[in-house]
Design a protein around this ligand. Structure first.
Ligand code: BCO
Length: 302
């Protein structure tokens, strides 16, 4: 089991370098992360975006652009489509969101002609190294699926297992997060949680242990689970937190990053290739870790 981002970087180096196309690369933290990934032998990037801004930022951070192919496209939608097309045409192994709204890059990824659809649900998985939590913690979906139904949640859960496997987490423990730990028909997320647990018990959802409904504390604190009398293998020991809606996932993501100062990485899975997707406000470090996670995921495809 991989327990830290240092290990993720080490393995990404062994499996890299992969080729990364960056959509709207005119951002200092994105360029710093990309340069760091290049120097570490993790990834080589093709930069798509506003060339004059990319050149200006590169000068201020002493980045030698001769190490990169730069494709000059100022329009954000066009740049996103081009970055995605580089992957669907086989010129790059994965795509990264730069200085662009998540919906714009995701619409490019879902484009019927040049996108990266597979017929599966695509979903976001964030990986956190949280102070004092003894394992990497995966959170899904903070960024793509707005209000998934039960079928959508099952597929989002299964996508997160692919990331867990890439991180060598054997039989991942999945906590289905709600506001309480009992099924309440007035709280639909708890009903879905109960159904997901049943699907796991009857073998419809395989290769993991699903527990829930859980309030967040029951999923990540053995002590809290004990106080509430919850005796379940996932209680307090979750590897994956499946959130009921994008709001819950996104609040948790931002809280872990900005309040708890966790280390993190983010990626979209379920597509033909990984999509490195962090918040524009995330640190250069988070962007580097996300590229490294993308390399681990891309290595599964080759
Ligand atoms: C965590 C760090 C980063 C952040 O903070 S992100 C912040 C919040 N995130 C966002 O604002 C993005 C939230 N999601 C969205 O905006 C939209 O769902 C998204 C992904 C852009 C898609 O938008 P639209 O194109 O308007 O969606 P639509 O429902 O009309 O569907 C169009 C076609 O795409 C398909 N689709 C949509 N979501 C999908 C998915 N998850 N997996 C697979 N396919 C999907 C959908 O089935 C439809 O297909 P078809 O055209 O009918 O064949």
């Amino acid at each position: 089991m991989i327990k830290s981002f240092d290990e993720v970087l080490k393995i990404a180096k062994e499996r890299g370098p992969k080729i990364l196309s960056v959509a709207c690369a005119q951002d200092e933290d994105v360029l710093l992360a990309v340069e760091n990934a290049r120097k570490k032998g993790i990834a080589n990037a093709i930069l798509v975006g506003d060339k004059s801004k990319i050149e200006f930022i590169s000068k201020t951070i002493n980045l030698d652009l001769s190490n990169y192919e730069v494709i000059d496209i100022v329009d954000l939608k066009e740049a996103s489509l081009k970055a995605v097309e580089l992957v669907s045409s086989g010129k790059a192994h994965m795509v990264m969101k730069g200085l662009v709204d998540t919906s714009i890059i995701l619409k490019a990824v879902l484009d019927k002609n040049i996108g990266l659809r597979t017929g599966n649900v695509l979903s976001h998985v964030a990986v956190f190294d949280v102070n004092d939590y003894p394992r990497l913690l995966l959170v899904t979906d903070a960024a793509m699926n707005i209000a998934p139904d039960l079928k959508g949640k099952k597929q989002i859960l299964e996508n997160s297992l692919i990331v867990a496997n890439a991180l060598d987490i054997e039989v991942p423990k999945v906590g289905v997060i709600c506001a309480k730990e009992k099924v309440n028909p007035k709280m639909p997320a708890t009903v879905d949680a109960g159904e997901l647990v049943k699907m796991n018990e009857n073998g419809e959802i395989k290769n993991c242990i699903v527990g829930g409904p859980f309030a967040l504390d029951n999923a990540v604190s053995v002590e809290a689970a004990k106080i509430k009398g919850i005796d379940h293998p996932v209680a307090g020991k979750a590897d994956i937190l499946l959130c009921p809606t994008i709001e819950a996932g996104n609040v948790l993501y931002k809280a872990l990053n900005f309040l708890a100062k966790s280390k993190s990485a983010g990626i979209i899975v379920g597509a033909k290739a990984p999509i490195v997707l962090t918040s524009r406000a995330d640190s250069e470090e988070a962007k580097l870790y996300s590229i490294a996670l993308g390399v681990l995921m891309a290595a599964l495809n080759n």
